[in-house]
Write a protein that binds this ligand. Structure first.
Ligand code: XMP
Length: 321
């Protein structure tokens, strides 16, 4: 796999945008391209870039798989509306929770999400839209880790030797593939995205499902969603690369109102990193950690234990699956 990197030092964002837009227009011609917007940095940048290049020839979908953070679907759709992108929201919660039912192995969970995404939900949308191009926010880091066999990123197909035209009927276009995250952010800024989007901590394709150990159910997603809201609010000013909450599969004994309470465990992770390839845990003030523990146990039903990850990547990864 030989993909040349456009480093931050080499990147001229305006020129990159002009070139990529021209490339996209030429490739798509008078065809239709579709893309799925999650609201993360990469997919937001690719959406605005492709919208700039293709206008009405781009159909942007927000797949509401039920695995998103609190209020996220509404916020994402509203933001892009402001930028003139008419995002189509698709309710696919049944398909995703159905696919995840009974799955406990991390790779099988990722695979179930990939399959639900492309075969059950996106495949249908592609057929309906008659699109022959699919735009993806794949970045260089995704490719390297997938090719190295570390993880199956859900947005990597071509690099795994999957012929998307044969398998799904469309060609995948990956305009950000030469960039790492800091360069993607710079392109986002040049495209006019608000800093809250281009500077926002990354969020994985499998969304909150990447933060549940064991089977993913709507109830567990709701727990991790509530813990996530607390962690994100409290650590917003931390300047860390990424921060998240993970719901453990194990239960632990706790005590509440003098009664034994066999409850849930939440693990908080907060990372310092340049590009997510390696990362170290942020040295958060101890009082911040204690406050997180207090807020999460007080507000997330059934949680009796909160831990902080003190392991670097590697051997840890940033997400839990
Ligand atoms: P890991 O957990 O592999 O995460 O150390 C590295 C970075 O990638 C994000 N991540 C993903 N991004 N699709 C994505 O677009 C995915 O399937 C995915 N999985 C992890 C993660 O949040 C971190 O920033």
């Amino acid at each position: 796999m030989n993909i040349s990197e456009i480093t931050l030092a080499k990147l001229n964002p305006k020129q990159f945008i002009t070139e990529k837009c021209a490339e996209l227009r030429q490739t798509v011609g008078d065809g239709v391209a579709i893309n799925a917007l999650s609201g993360g940095v990469d997919s937001s940048v690719v959406t605005l870039l492709a919208h700039k290049a293709l206008g009405e020839q781009l159909r942007t979908y927000f797949i509401d798989h039920g695995l998103m953070r609190d209020g996220e679907p509404e916020q994402v759709v509203a933001l892009f509306k402001k930028h003139g992108v008419n995002v189509i929201r698709v309710d696919a919660r049944k398909e995703f929770f159905g696919a995840l039912k009974g799955q406990t192995d991390p790779e099988k969970k990722r695979q179930a999400i990939t399959d639900a995404f492309y075969k059950k939900v996106f495949g249908k949308l592609v057929k309906q839209s008659r699109a022959t191009f699919l735009l993806h926010g794949t970045i260089l880091t995704d490719v390297e880790e997938t090719v190295a066999g570390i993880k199956r990123q859900h947005n990597i197909l071509t690099q795994l030797g999957i012929d998307t035209r044969k398998a799904y009927g469309y060609t995948v276009l990956e305009p950000l593939i030469n960039l790492r995250k800091p360069a993607v952010r710079r392109v986002g800024a040049a495209l006019g995205l608000p800093a809250s989007v281009y500077n926002r901590p990354p969020f994985p394709g499998p969304a909150l499902a990447a933060r549940i150990i064991g089977e993913v159910t709507p109830q567990k997603i709701e727990l991790v969603r509530q813990a996530t809201a607390i962690v994100e609010k409290e650590l917003a000013g931390s300047r860390a690369f990424q921060y998240l909450a993970i719901l453990h599969e194990d239960r632990v004994t706790g005590i509440r109102n003098g009664q034994r309470d066999f409850g849930h465990q939440i693990e908080v992770r907060c990372w310092d990193s340049r590009d997510a390839v390696t990362a170290t845990p942020t040295a958060l003030p101890f009082k911040t950690l204690v406050k997180l523990g207090r807020l999460i146990t007080a507000n997330v039903p059934g949680v009796v234990s909160v831990t902080y990850n003190i392991t670097a990547k590697p051997p840890s990864t940033i997400e839990a699956i």
